[in-house]
Design a protein around this ligand. Structure first.
Ligand code: NAP
Length: 297
């Protein structure tokens, strides 16, 4: 091996039979997805490789993807989650409601399907953590894309009892609440994030933190007052950088069961991986790869 080059791992080959997957976005430089998906391909012994593509023109990218039969699928990230939709052959109902696609899969017959794994992935993360949602009262902070996907999944498939959406712009929360309620029949109330959070958490079973508050570099920020947390509340923070957010630390100190943001990231990625390969995902390999990267942050 020439000086400065790393030896190629014996168990990782790229050849003419290699199947390709990728994340597309702009930028894609900080994505954990290549680490996670490639670790799972290696653990499963699959001849697949996953790359990160900075894409400027979505329509031309999809045309290129269609022309390459070994291109099995893509993760789609900001700013392309909506822009890819008109270029795909089918969109699943969850993605249609969320108005965004985070996964493209090459189906039999070479058609390209779009779906959103954020909602189903979060349901899977809760199931894996042993936290039942049926009949529960769930409070969300934020009213952006991720909350939209997860709130609909919780209402439609999680069969929650009632939802509360708290946002700094209550009118935005009210628009999302009306849509979720209309489409699922679940009761959804809304409020102002800072004024109403303590009251909303009183008697709630689950908190889903869906704003970027607490994300690096603002690691000491939290939109939830520590005194509003109680042991009957399961706390899930979508933020995964850092792994232990201020909210997660406060929740542990208050005796709350917690679910880290990385569990959503892993579960939604595992659903993508399973769609592309047709196999069960070796989730532990994905988790190990993600945690290694987070430690290096
Ligand atoms: P988004 O569409 O931009 O929505 C962000 C939401 O947070 C909006 O409601 C926004 O309010 C609100 N917000 C932003 N800054 C705020 C502040 N300083 N105070 C109060 N509210 C604030 O983003 P997203 O895609 O939904 O993502 C939200 C968070 O979840 C991000 O941290 C993201 O990294 C994380 N996430 C994690 C996963 C995972 O797998 N763990 C997956 C997706 C997203 P306005 O509408 O008023 O701007």
């Amino acid at each position: 091996v020439a000086p400065g080059l790393k030896p190629v791992n014996d168990d990782f080959r790229i050849d003419t039979a290699t199947q390709l997957c990728a994340v597309i976005g702009n930028p894609v430089g900080h994505s954990l997805s290549p680490h996670m998906h490639n670790a799972a391909f290696r653990a499963a012994g699959l001849n697949y490789a996953y790359l990160a593509f900075q894409v400027e023109d979505v329509a031309r990218f999809i045309t290129g993807m269609r022309a390459m039969p070994s291109f099995r699928g893509c993760s789609v990230t900001i700013p392309h989650k909506e822009a890819v939709m008109p270029h795909l052959d089918s969109i699943d109902p969850m993605a249609a409601f969320a108005g965004s696609v985070n996964t493209i899969t090459r189906e039999a017959g070479d058609s390209l399907s779009g779906r959103s794994t954020d909602g189903p992935g979060t349901l899977r993360a809760f199931a894996d953590a042993g936290v039942a949602l049926e009949g529960k009262r769930v409070v969300f902070t934020g009213a952006g894309g991720a909350v939209r996907a997860v709130a609909f999944a919780f209402a439609d498939q999680g069969k929650v009892g009632a939802l509360t959406l708290l946002a700094r712009d209550p009118a935005k929360a009210a628009r999302l609440a009306a849509e979720v309620s209309d489409k699922t029949g679940v009761e959804v109330s809304v409020g102002d994030l800072s004024a109403d959070i303590a009251g909303a958490l009183d008697g709630a079973d689950v908190l889903v933190q869906g704003t970027p508050i607490g994300m690096s570099p603002n690691k000491d920020a939290s939109c939830v007052p520590a005194e509003a947390l109680h042991p009957g509340l399961t706390v899930f923070d979508m933020v995964y950088r850092p792994h232990e957010t201020r909210l997660i630390r406060d929740a542990k100190a208050a005796g709350c069961p917690v679910i880290h943001g990385i569990e959503m990231l892993i579960a939604q990625a595992a659903l993508q991986w399973e769609g592309w390969t047709g196999q069960d995902c070796p989730v532990d390999a994905m988790r190990q790869a993600a945690m290694l990267q987070l430690q290096e942050d």
